[in-house]
Design a binder for this molecule. Structure first.
Ligand code: AMP
Length: 450
């Protein structure tokens, strides 16, 4: 396929010619028609796959010239660096199009950005926090947004931007197209899709290009967390073989918990990264692991994404990822650059169903290894495991004893009251019908001036 097959227009073809691009990347090929269709879209693709053009080509093709000042396309990204990068990419594509693109992000003077917005624009690229501040200041009007793109949404949620995102959704017109790109699927991303996306079409290229033939994959059936720790300690004690080991866990809390366990036995050999650690701490950990100073790195899916670390001997999936794409990303950290790598995955009984999804995605079975006899089977359970056992295996449990459901009887009126806070304000509001606020002082001033 070439770009000619996508039926673009002359200004876009000329811009692509200048860039020397002739063939769309797989994610561009897959996304073009679905993004053009106006339906909501969820794309799974990593940076470097050409995902920026995957959403911008169809958007730019369909964006008509307009003299109105309010932006019609909003692209949200998690970091300033990405704002700069995405603006550059859009500018490259817009070389022969008469449109106005602006990037805004926190940590810089907001007034300069307000002035730039007041000049009028078509496409706004922003980090969520700064965007929300600008929208609240009323300089930025979001009522004309037709297309919302959220890029690297997994990183955004991992950095704690969920609330800002939801606040922004509230300010956007109901009738709009929402498009998101994420490199990994996490539970948080899934929740966001279910809440705010309408029947999205999914496109994915995460799987292709992973050099499976370089990676030896095996798995262990392990009953619980502490037995997994015992197995891990057993394996890691073979320092010659397991000489550069990347261990994946799904959650930050689990990463810390595992770090505490391993730190006693492998002090000074193990480090950890996840998004609650400071940027400096993360950089130090990555450096120490990359240089070989630390043999073992524990990481969450999202944080390990950008890592380009050479010679990882083993990837160990301490848990079995619920989303098969994440497994592919994880094991892709080893076996790079034609080198051989090894991957192991630990699965409890509950995780067997995830394993099936992974195997069916790869179209192959992962051979199972026997637990070494010296590995002690623990019967101690962590909190999460305890509640599951209670639900599953207690035959004495009365069917609906614990089940949430309707209350047995109606509450008495006096017990129905809930604490609403701010009672004086509510009383006043009731009395005067309208809320007694003076509104935005500056807005009043502006009005007077006119
Ligand atoms: P991205 O995944 O959007 O960060 O893009 C990665 C890089 O690939 C960027 O530098 C793009 O300019 C470049 N790129 C995007 N599309 C193509 C293409 N069709 N052919 C060659 N390079 C591309």
């Amino acid at each position: 396929m070439t770009f000619q097959d996508l039926n673009l227009n002359t200004p876009l073809y000329n811009a692509l010619d200048d860039l020397g691009f002739t063939t769309p990347t797989p994610i561009q090929e897959q996304s073009f028609n679905v993004v053009s269709s106006g339906r909501d879209v969820v794309g799974i693709a990593q940076t470097g796959t050409g995902k920026t053009f995957a959403y911008m080509l169809p958007i730019l093709k369909n964006l008509k010239f307009s003299e109105q000042d309010n932006p019609r396309v909003l692209v949200l990204v998690p970091t300033r660096e990405l704002v700069v990068q995405v603006v550059e990419e859009i500018e490259k594509l817009s070389k022969y199009i008469n449109n106005r693109v602006l990037g805004v992000y926190g940590g810089t003077n907001i007034n300069t950005q307000k002035q730039a917005i007041a000049q009028g624009l078509d496409i706004l690229v922003a980090t969520p926090g700064r965007l929300y501040d600008l929208a609240l200041s009323r300089v930025l009007q979001l009522k004309s947004i037709q297309k919302l793109v959220i890029d690297e949404v997994d990183v955004m949620l991992d950095l704690g931007f969920r609330h800002q995102l939801i606040n922004i959704f509230d300010l956007l017109p109901e009738r709009r197209q929402s498009i998101m790109f994420s490199a990994t699927m996490t539970q948080d991303v899934d929740i966001l899709i279910n809440e705010f996306f309408r029947n999205p079409i999914r496109v994915s290229v995460a799987v292709s290009g992973t050099p499976l033939e370089n990676i030896t994959q095996n798995r262990y059936n392990v009953p619980n967390f502490y037995t997994k720790v015992n197995l891990l300690e057993h394996l890691l004690s073979h320092t010659q073989t397991f000489n550069k080991v990347l261990i994946f866990v799904a959650f930050k809390r689990m990463a810390d918990r595992l770090f505490d366990q391993l730190d006693t036995m492998f002090r000074d050999e193990v480090c950890v990264i996840h998004s609650n650690k400071t940027q400096n701490y993360r950089l130090r950990s990555i450096e120490a692991f990359g240089s070989g100073e630390h043999r073992i790195l524990i990481a969450t899916d999202v944080m390990a994404r950008g890592l380009d670390i050479e010679n990882v001997s083993h990837v160990i999936n301490f848990d079995t990822p619920d989303y098969p794409e994440n497994y592919m990303h994880r094991i892709g950290r080893t076996g790079r650059a034609e080198r051989k790598g090894e991957s192991l995955v630990f699965s409890t009984e509950k995780e067997q169903e995830y394993l099936e999804k992974i195997e069916s995605l790869m179209g192959m079975k992962i051979p199972v290894l026997k637990l070494p006899e010296t590995v002690e089977i623990s019967i101690e359970l962590i909190e999460e495991e305890r509640t599951q056992i209670k639900e599953r295996h207690n035959p004495l449990k009365q069917r609906d004893e614990d089940a949430p459901g309707l209350a047995f009887h109606e509450k008495k009126d006096k017990n129905k009251k809930t604490n609403q806070g701010g009672s004086y304000r509510r009383e006043m509001a009731k009395k005067y019908k309208k809320p007694k606020t003076r509104g935005d002082k500056n807005a009043n001033k502006r009005r007077k001036r006119r």
